[in-house]
Design a protein around this ligand. Sequence first.
Ligand SMILES: C[S@@+](CC[C@H](N)C(=O)[O-])C[C@H]1O[C@@H](n2cnc3c(N)ncnc32)[C@H](O)[C@@H]1O
Length: 231
Amino acid sequence: MKTIIGAEKKGKTCPPRRIPNSEKMTVNKLQSAYDEVADQYEKRIWFDQHILGVARLRKILLSKATGIILEVACGTGQNLPLFGPNSEITAVDLSPKMLELARANAIKHNLDVNLALMDAENLEFADGSFDTVISTLSTCTFPNPVKALQEIKRVCRPDGLILLLEHGHSNLPWLAKFQDRNEYKHYQEHAGCRWNQDPLDLVQSAGIKVLRSKRNVLGIFHSIEAKPLDS
Ligand SMILES: C[S@@+](CC[C@H](N)C(=O)[O-])C[C@H]1O[C@@H](n2cnc3c(N)ncnc32)[C@H](O)[C@@H]1O
């Protein structure tokens, strides 16, 4: 007989199952996982980009980035052509293979970008170095997303702008339940992606002040405009 846990019985979402510690991705494991999927990455996100409209969400949000810009976990450089012509762009990622593709993307679009291999949880920049710090579809993979967001906050100028496009737990109960039930399978099949986190909770836990945020696409994607809290 199937045991129905309380939350499911009432039609609410069941609590996320948490990934067992033994299965947690270390930074080294993540690096190899993304090196492995790098060549397939753009094909894999095609549906999200063009059918779910993530490409449009990127374009709208990142049009707000100005000045000296840092992109954290830039992947294959999908966002690089979206920054204004007068910006100075630095982009970092943990995976050398993803960075190689980002470099090719920058060359293709004739962009001058400083690319560097770096862990988002230990950014090698002085406090307040950037006018805008952006990151997209990344907090789901960071082993310690709050630490990475604290780093994002630290390297952003106190009166600067933080722009995040993140995906997480849907606010539609049926979909949230599906995400919870498949949390572990998704994590294993998508390079350590935790798809049922709440990005706004993470941002607030990092002491970042949300100025505006909007849920999109079945309540999964969040476009977040924020600033370092203490400014
Ligand atoms: C789902 S991809 C998103 C890529 C890109 N931001 C985009 O929107 O297409 C996640 C990226 O985060 C990078 N990443 C994961 N953990 C990281 C870390 N601790 N520091 C820097 N980059 C990291 C991966 O190498 C990968 O390129």
